[in-house]
Design a protein around this ligand. Structure first.
Ligand SMILES: [Ca+2]
Length: 275
């Protein structure tokens, strides 16, 4: 019984230490921007043309998003007609809590063509799974619900899985800001995967007309190391359940120990005699 008590106490002390270290590391490590040259002010540096590129993909200075903090800027990415634009791939980055994606897009209709749609892909791996999933963000001028969101499950080895998000009813010829909490979105649709990691983005155009992109940013809240990762695991898997569970098990073992000692009153004197 004494052994159970000691083990329970050690587990609780270990958990508390891990949490303290995790919290200290989370506070001490700064935020980081994942996207290189997301404002296109350095031309195409950091970007590659997609495999199925649209006919006309170019960094241009005819329009740009004049965002606060971007010091005005001059350039944006322009995709004419349907097809892929630029993509950017990274070494895998953990999706820490509060990881935010923001980007700006401007849709310009062209007479005689279908209405323009921006199609933005963010690739991720939900866990240590070799299948790459994706978040598809579609921005349209369509007169449908302003926002909709759904997930599609993968058939492992056959189809990729992911999340589809649509922003409708946007104004043509004006910059639309898209902002998503990637961490919440992935964990909402794939709650059993506690370590999602992002691997890249692809900016595209799904229909006719012209699609512009500018000021693309993915800010991870913190760089993750294994100890912090364990903290996230506990956080996303009911830390209070873990703590309360540990306390209950300590309480039960203490109770059992007391009952045992009452039933065997000679235990203590035996111990003394041994000493
Ligand atoms: Ca710009």
């Amino acid at each position: 019984m004494r052994k159970i008590w000691t083990i329970s106490r050690s587990v609780l002390v270990g958990l508390i230490l891990v949490l303290i270290v995790s919290v200290i590391l989370q506070v001490s490590i700064p935020n980081s921007e994942v996207v290189t040259n997301g404002d296109f002010e350095q031309g195409s540096i950091g970007w590659e043309l997609g495999d199925r590129a649209a006919n006309d993909v170019k960094v241009v200075d005819e329009v740009f998003h004049d965002g606060a903090g971007s010091a005005g800027g001059n350039n944006s990415l322009r995709i004419v007609g349907p097809g892929e634009g630029y993509r950017q791939d990274w070494t895998l980055r953990s999706v820490t809590p509060e990881t935010h994606l923001t980007f700006f897009t401007l849709l310009k209709a062209v007479t005689g063509e279908s209405l323009p749609q921006a199609l933005f892909h963010l690739y991720f791996y939900p866990d240590y799974n070799p299948i790459r999933y994706h978040i598809d963000i579609t921005v349209t001028l369509e007169n449908r619900d302003e926002y909709s969101e759904s997930s599609f499950d993968p058939d492992p080895g056959t189809y990729q899985g992911g999340i589809s998000v649509r922003f409708n009813r946007n104004d043509p010829n004006s910059w639309v800001k898209i902002s998503l909490d990637i961490s919440n979105l992935i964990r909402k649709h794939f709650p059993d995967r506690f370590d999602p990691r992002i691997s890249g983005i692809l900016l595209g155009s799904a229909e006719g007309g012209i699609v512009y992109y500018d000021d693309i940013s993915i800010a991870t809240d913190r760089i993750v190391n294994p100890i912090v990762q364990l903290g996230f695991f506990l956080y996303y898997n009911g830390i209070w359940q873990v703590v309360v569970g540990a306390l209950i098990s300590i309480g039960i073992s203490a109770l059992v120990k007391r009952i045992y000692e009452r039933a065997n009153p000679r235990t203590k004197s035996d111990d003394l005699m041994r000493v």
